[in-house]
Design a protein around this ligand. Structure first.
Ligand code: SF4
Ligand code: MG
Length: 326
């Protein structure tokens, strides 16, 4: 994905003027076959929209998505539908993603029917194998979604997503609707599936710890932009961007040194994007430059990608700027 931009018009009040919301503001990312990229950030940072743009469920206002070297076809076209068999998504809410009137096996078989893959017997065998691969039994397939637990439902959703043998799986908060006791199981399953099916994965989550567990690489998003990207352990142990530092400091760790960094200011609002570095009103080390000039995402000497004037070593850390310069 190169330079993705996605804007929405949002009206304030019934007669208010439409404000432009830049949900995604110039995101570039690359995924190698079989690789998992974790996309982390708070709600509203544009990570879900990025996932939808990557899958071609929405068209970007600027930028492009290429899949195996070719530009993604326009949504809704026959070429796009063919492509879609190779790109699948797992959503946060497994109950909402499933049809409550159909037994699970029928829903796992659905993508095979839509894409005309296999005959009836082949499909039945494939569904059984898929259910087994995600840790469900054949008799789970005969049940309706409400007869399964939350974890079993997410397994069923995963089986359905894997039915067409996709090349890329976008998982959007796949565990956040599940009980904590089940989250670890589903995470292990995702790691396993990723390794055995060799599928590339874009793992979208607000939970840096969960992302680290499954990802080969992590990208941190803030207000529509990637602010830091690199090796998950390196980011967790030595975050470079002030926003990532705050995120990492909020993770409870037994015996961990250091204090939690409490971010000042308002949570990010994509309808009121600050000038310059979008993080500057909340940044403790901002300098006046930060309110004027948006830092580019570029590699440091150690290869870590970071979008910050200070972390890049361009300027010495400041003490924060409260007012954007005019
Ligand atoms: Fe943004 Fe400046 Fe803070 Fe870096 S130091 S995160 S550029 S405000
Ligand atoms: Mg989301």
């Amino acid at each position: 994905a190169r330079g993705l931009v996605r804007r929405y018009a949002m009206r304030r009040g019934m007669f208010g003027r439409a404000a432009e919301v830049r949900a995604v503001n110039g995101v570039s990312l690359a995924l190698a076959p079989g690789e998992t990229l974790g996309l982390v950030g708070e709600s509203g940072c544009g990570k879900s929209t990025t996932g939808r743009l990557v899958l071609g469920l929405e068209a970007p206002d600027a930028g492009e998505v290429c899949f195996e070297g070719a530009p993604m076809p326009s949504p809704g076209t026959p070429a796009w539908r063919r492509q879609r068999a190779r790109l699948q998504m797992v959503f946060q809410d497994p109950l909402g993603a499933l049809d409550r009137r159909l037994p699970v096996a029928a829903q796992v078989a659905e993508p095979l029917e839509i894409h005309g893959l296999g005959g009836r017997t082949e499909r039945a065998a494939r569904v059984e194998a898929l259910l087994r691969a995600v840790g469900l039994r054949a008799d789970h397939g005969a049940r309706y979604p409400h007869e399964l637990s939350g974890g079993q439902r997410q397994r069923a959703v995963l089986a359905r997503a894997l039915a067409t043998d996709p090349t890329l799986l976008v998982c959007d908060e796949p565990i956040s609707a599940l009980d904590v006791s089940i989250q670890a199981q589903v995470m292990n399953l995702l790691t396993e599936v990723q390794a055995t099916a060799g599928v590339a994965m874009l793992f979208v989550s607000h939970d840096l710890r969960a992302v680290r567990q499954v990802s080969h690489r992590v990208a941190v998003m803030y207000l529509g932009s990637i602010v830091e990207e690199g090796d998950p352990d390196a980011i967790l142990h030595d975050p470079a961007h002030p926003y990532t530092r705050a995120l990492v400091s909020a993770i409870p760790r037994p015996g961990a040194q250091g204090q939690r960094i409490v971010l000042r200011g308002d949570p990010p609002n994509p309808a009121a994007r600050p000038s310059g570095c979008a993080f500057h009103p909340r940044c403790a080390v901002a300098v006046p430059l930060c309110a004027r000039v948006s830092p580019e995402l570029k590699p440091r000497r150690d290869g870590r990608l970071v979008a910050c004037h200070v972390a890049q070593g361009e300027v010495a850390p400041g003490t924060g700027v409260s007012e954007p310069a005019r």
